[in-house]
Write a protein that binds this ligand. Structure first.
Ligand SMILES: *[C@@H]1O[C@H](CO)[C@@H](O)[C@H](O)[C@H]1NC(C)=O
Ligand SMILES: *[C@@H]1O[C@H](CO)[C@@H](O)[C@H](O)[C@H]1NC(C)=O
Ligand SMILES: *[C@@H]1O[C@H](CO)[C@@H](O)[C@H](O)[C@H]1NC(C)=O
Ligand SMILES: *[C@@H]1O[C@H](CO)[C@@H](O)[C@H](O)[C@H]1NC(C)=O
Length: 424
């Protein structure tokens, strides 16, 4: 037996023991390595999937199973390391859900999220004529109800939520022509009152609430003219004043407030100025040209990103564009980024609370139902669930819980449907 072994037997045993130790260290090393990999995998999974700021579009199941077994027949040594990591992110496949229908079909309307979380939709083009009706969407019931009627029917107007909670409607077009009359909606009474008129009648203009609470209105269309004039509304006096004119006339352009309070106006100029952009300084009330976009566009979107940059998407010059570009306020330059899958104009862009930008619908050769999501971290696009209905010239509002409400629009006619996408 072992105990009474000869010298040579003992040497063999020592040799065996030595090999055993060597083997054990090797096995231990492997086990530790595997454990470390498993821990890293687990922490990555936790970081990017479980604690990710948004639910992934589809159900993600990650299973890491590590099994290390050692057993030596001649020795009393046996180790079994079993690491099983099962992470299941349970999210329903994110889709668009129909919600209540608008009381009236409409496109080229405006939508405003009120302080109480309801959405006010105003005017637009109905089945034949411009509308003066306005309606409220209540997210708690999923229903639309008519509220006060505007004094003037209008399409291609703007609606801005003021710091006092009222909604200022400006300009647009009625069957009588371009409109100078502005109106104020009081959410606590549900009534509209006429406020001061703008100096210039305009449609397809922009209206931007500045950090000081005033509303800057720029450009727009008047007959066949691209307007270069800009005006300021002061909610405390409820009056309009002229501010300096832009360098060129623009319509169907965009206006975006930058972090420093300046306003970037882009596109919408007459040939060959479709690609120009300018900055408004609200303190000195002056306009200065800034870098030109890489492409000319109108009927595009512009969104201020968390980084301070501005994302511009799509639009049209000679046809629907799928291009996108970023404006950097520090260098005052534009950089083309990867293109969307679909060319589109008269679409919407919504900046989600996770920083991504959701682009919905618009017009290519028909109205579109496709939806694309821009991720600022990777500067790339992902096509996500399509809307249930084709829509262009619709509105997309971000409700207080992050849900996107797409309402109305055009698909071979004016539409009454509305749908929701739970983005977060
Ligand atoms: C909403 O309107 C559409 C027609 O645009 C109709 O097909 C649908 O049944 C309506 N939905 C409800 C709930 O009334
Ligand atoms: C809203 O306007 C209508 C019609 O002018 C009026 O009868 C009603 O009293 C107003 N509502 C409020 C709360 O002022
Ligand atoms: C605004 O400017 C226009 C000319 O651009 C002028 O006719 C008008 O009187 C000005 N209005 C005010 C209130 O200064
Ligand atoms: C921008 O484009 C215009 C032509 O529309 C040109 O005159 C101008 O020089 C360009 N600006 C820059 C900074 O390239």
């Amino acid at each position: 037996m072992h105990r009474n072994s000869t010298f040579s037997d003992s040497t063999v045993t020592q040799l065996k023991r030595y090999q055993w130790w060597q083997n054990r260290r090797f096995k231990l090393g492997i086990s530790i390595l595997v454990l470390v990999i498993a821990i890293i995998t687990l922490s990555l999974i936790l970081k990017f999937i479980v604690f990710a700021p948004e639910k992934s579009e589809t159900t993600t199941t990650t299973t890491t199973t590590t099994t290390t077994s050692s057993s030596l027949t001649t020795e009393v040594y046996s180790t079994t390391t079993t690491t099983t990591i099962t992470t299941t992110t349970i999210t329903q496949q994110l889709v668009w859900h129909n919600t209540g229908n608008l009381t009236t079909t409409r496109y080229r309307h405006a939508a405003s999220v009120l302080n109480d979380g309801k959405v006010l939709v105003t005017g637009g083009l109905g089945s034949q004529y411009q509308l003066s009706s306005t309606e409220l969407y209540d997210p708690s019931t999923g229903k639309w109800t008519l509220t006060g009627r505007m004094l003037i029917e209008r399409e291609l107007h703007t609606a801005s939520v003021l710091t006092n909670g009222k909604v200022l409607v400006v300009g647009g077009e009625s069957s009588h022509g371009y409109i100078t009359e502005s109106e104020l909606y009081n959410p606590s009474t549900g009534n509209w009152t006429v406020t001061d008129s703008t100096q210039y009648a305009r449609a397809e203009h922009t209206a931007t609430v500045l950090p000081n609470g005033k509303v800057l209105v720029t450009g727009g269309f008047y007959g066949d003219r691209h307007l270069d004039t800009a005006e300021l509304y002061d909610p405390s006096t409820e009056t309009w004043t002229n501010t300096s004119t832009m360098n060129i006339g623009r319509e169907h352009h965009t206006a975006t407030v930058l972090r420093d309070g300046r306003v970037l106006v882009a596109g919408g100029g007459k040939h060959p100025n479709e690609h120009t952009a300018e900055l408004y300084d609200p303190v000195r009330e002056i306009w200065t040209y800034t870098g030109n976009m890489t492409g000319g566009r109108e009927r595009h979107t512009a969104s201020a990103l968390a980084s301070g940059k501005v994302l511009v998407t799509g639009g049209t010059q000679d046809g629907p564009s799928n291009t996108a570009e970023l404006y950097d306020p520090n260098t005052e330059t534009w950089t083309a980024i990867s293109s969307m899958k679909d060319g589109r104009f008269d679409h919407t862009a919504s900046v989600l609370s996770n920083g991504k930008v959701l682009i919905s619908g618009g017009y290519l050769s028909n109205s579109l139902n496709s939806v694309e999501l821009y991720d600022p971290l990777t500067e790339s696009w992902t096509t996500i669930a399509s809307m249930n209905h084709l829509r262009s010239d619709h509105t997309a509002s971000i409700l207080s819980d992050g849900t996107i409400l797409a309402a109305g629009g055009y698909d071979r006619g004016s539409m009454n449907t509305a749908e929701l996408y739970k983005s977060l």
